[in-house]
Design a protein around this ligand. Structure first.
Ligand SMILES: *[C@@H]1O[C@H](CO)[C@@H](O)[C@H](O)[C@H]1NC(C)=O
Ligand SMILES: *[C@@H]1O[C@H](CO)[C@@H](O)[C@H](O)[C@H]1NC(C)=O
Ligand SMILES: CC(=O)N[C@H]1CO[C@H](CO)[C@@H](O)[C@@H]1O
Length: 392
């Protein structure tokens, strides 16, 4: 009996060691989920709420990528909104102080899960004025959320260094995002850059960024539109063609984006079985460009009203299987511990910059009460086809 238990322990240890970081640039069969906006509370009259970030990383079937939603006010006074997960502000700015989330972010990263910041959302007062602003803003984003070393910014996640940024631009014009992503890649080459366009091709807000900027992966929202997954107009093949012929990144990965529940989007919910069919069909045509599945959003993805198996768990158990496409690189995939030590290194960089920070000077707090609801992910897009700003 004792030997048997010890055997189990050894197996457990070995499998812990064998866990490796999800390599968003090469791996396929991944699950990406948005976390932060707590759409679950809207569907269940607040009886159920999205759990803490770390809870999702500790699931038996955790996601491979988590997108923090959202950074929704850009440039002058950058702001984020994580609904109920963070409601404390730094003393002298409009930036949320979510430093209490830092240990959770780091714990997730140590498990090999990539944590990205999603910029944009279905509503929010954001836009980039011109190319010069795009360049400056790329540096601000690197300093504020990634491995930048400026001491002049408030870092909402403290010494946690996020793995990259996601452009979920759904309004405010298409200016500057190609420059932004190219500049960000130049300043911080290890940071991942993703985008979450609507399925209509080309995307009104992100078409230029996708053609002329660098992206590592694209989380396509195949919902709220006539090109939804599961319809006759489903246009994954068009996107796959874009990936193979036009993308600046020849290894770009496409994720099929789907609502995690009926109420998570206006249209396009499929459920695990239909989504699996769609995914497997796309895989049989385009396994080289298919990265995996994206779900909006975390609370709903890991919750089942009927008490059945939640959709995220079903997909991870039965449909998705992480494989490394390897590309031309012969190097072994980055190990979880290597990635943890890399992020520990950048954390050191950041904490030394933080320690050098000058005493804060008081600034005026303006417009906090007017913060718009960053809301959902393409929740209602009456003007999508025209590219006009949304009503939010
Ligand atoms: C797969 O390829 C067939 C034949 O070219 C095409 O009709 C179909 O739309 C493709 N499906 C996907 C999901 O790409
Ligand atoms: C985030 O947005 C929601 C919806 O508008 C709002 O109720 C909430 O107060 C915002 N959170 C913070 C901390 O500002
Ligand atoms: C990532 C980043 O912004 N690194 C900068 C840290 O500071 C040095 C010196 O000021 C810059 O050269 C790096 O680009």
């Amino acid at each position: 009996m004792f030997t048997f238990q010890r055997g189990l322990l050894v197996t457990a240890l070995l499998s812990a060691v064998a866990t490796r970081a999800y390599d968003l640039r090469q791996d396929t069969g991944g699950l990406a989920i948005y976390w932060g906006q707590n759409s679950l509370s809207l569907q269940t009259d607040e009886k159920e709420e999205e759990q803490d970030l770390e809870d999702y990383c500790n699931m038996d079937t955790p996601p491979d990528i988590i997108l923090l939603a959202f950074h929704h006010v850009f440039t002058e006074n950058p702001q984020i909104n994580l609904s109920k997960h963070c409601d404390k502000y730094f003393k002298s700015s409009q930036m949320l102080d979510c430093t209490s989330l830092a240990p959770q972010i780091q714990a997730c990263q140590e498990k090999g899960i990539k944590i990205l910041l999603s910029m944009g959302g279905a509503s929010g007062a954001y836009s980039i004025k011109d190319s010069a602003t795009a360049d400056t803003y790329a540096q601000t984003v690197v300093d504020t959320y990634l491995g930048g070393n400026s001491s002049d910014v408030e870092r909402p996640f403290g010494d946690a260094v996020l793995d990259g940024v996601d452009l979920d631009i759904e309004g405010g014009g298409d200016t500057g995002y190609a420059e932004f992503s190219n500049k960000l890649r130049e300043i911080s080459p290890d940071s991942l850059i993703t985008a979450a366009p609507q399925c209509v091709f080309p995307d009104a807000m992100l078409g230029d960024a996708l053609d002329n900027g660098w992206v590592d992966a694209v989380f396509i929202q195949f919902y709220n539109n006539h090109c939804n997954a599961g319809t006759e107009d489903f246009n994954f093949a068009t996107w796959a063609d874009w990936a193979k012929t036009t993308s600046k990144n020849p290894d770009v990965k496409l994720y099929i984006g789907s609502p995690a529940c009926e109420a998570c989007a206006s249209t396009g919910y499929l459920g695990a079985d239909k989504l699996a069919e769609v995914y497997n069909d796309a895989k049989s045509n385009s396994s080289d460009v298919l990265g995996g599945i994206m779900l909006w959003d975390a609370g709903a993805a890991y919750y089942s009203e009927s008490g059945g198996t939640p959709i995220a768990q079903q997909l991870k158990q039965d449909v998705l299987e992480t494989t490394s496409s390897g590309g031309s690189s012969a190097e072994p995939a980055e190990s979880a511990s290597a990635s943890a030590s890399a992020s520990a290194q950048s954390s050191e960089l950041v904490s030394s910059a933080l320690n050098k920070r000058a005493p804060e000077s008081p600034k005026t707090i303006v417009g906090r009460a007017a913060m718009p609801n960053p809301g959902g992910h393409g929740a209602k897009h009456p003007n999508y086809q025209t590219g006009d700003p949304y009503e939010g």
